[in-house]
Design a protein around this ligand. Structure first.
Ligand SMILES: [Fe+2]
Ligand SMILES: [Fe+2]
Length: 194
């Protein structure tokens, strides 16, 4: 029930433009384990894409949801790369290194395509096709993280380390420079987080 409440709060809030950076920085629950924090983010990314799809025909709304989506993907990816993948390599040694490298490749696939989206008008067939390609790739990547890699990592972490890593993951997300994330947005329609 607690998890559902947390998810609901996180997926409802983004109806206001970009509240997440401030919200997470001030109200992130302090006892969430790493796997849960990552999984919540993944559901949020999917929820933003669903909103993008539901708003087909409304270019302004689609632009806002596309911005939310790319902003969240950027923050989530950077925080995983800085906090979680190094831990995977440290705790799971060679196997962890192979998994982390594969994860970094997946992130690069997504970043390359997000970059392409910068020069394409939101809502067009070309934009939608690339965004679908990104989400299809991410869906499989997130499934691997949630059901294979991070459960193995969790099994090797004690509860305290899992919780402290989750805190560090959320803190890192909150401090990702907005300028970095906005650089992967559509530059012709700047809508920056406050
Ligand atoms: Fe990832
Ligand atoms: Fe992830």
């Amino acid at each position: 029930m607690m998890m559902q409440t947390r998810l609901l709060r996180r997926t409802v809030l983004p109806t206001v433009r970009y509240p997440l950076a401030r919200t997470l920085a001030t109200t992130a629950p302090g006892h969430v384990r790493l796997l849960q924090a990552i999984t919540d983010d993944h559901r949020e990314i999917e929820a933003f894409y669903d909103q993008y799809l539901k708003n087909g025909g409304n270019t302004d709304a689609q632009q806002r949801w596309a911005n939310q989506l790319t902003w969240e993907i950027a923050r989530h990816s950077i925080s995983e790369e800085l906090v979680v993948y190094p831990l995977l390599e440290k705790v799971m040694a060679d196997q962890g290194h192979v998994l982390a490298e594969s994860d970094r490749d997946d992130h690069q696939f997504v970043k390359d395509r997000l970059k392409k989206l910068e020069s394409i008008e939101v809502g067009t067939t070309a934009y939608n096709a690339i965004l679908k390609d990104i989400m299809d790739h991410l869906k499989e990547h997130m499934r691997k993280e949630e059901t294979e890699q991070f459960p193995q990592l969790e099994a090797k972490l004690g509860e305290d380390q899992s919780i402290s890593t989750a805190r560090s993951f959320e803190r890192t997300k909150a401090f990702v420079p907005t300028r970095y994330a906005s650089s992967i947005h559509n530059r012709r329609r700047h809508i920056h987080p406050p």
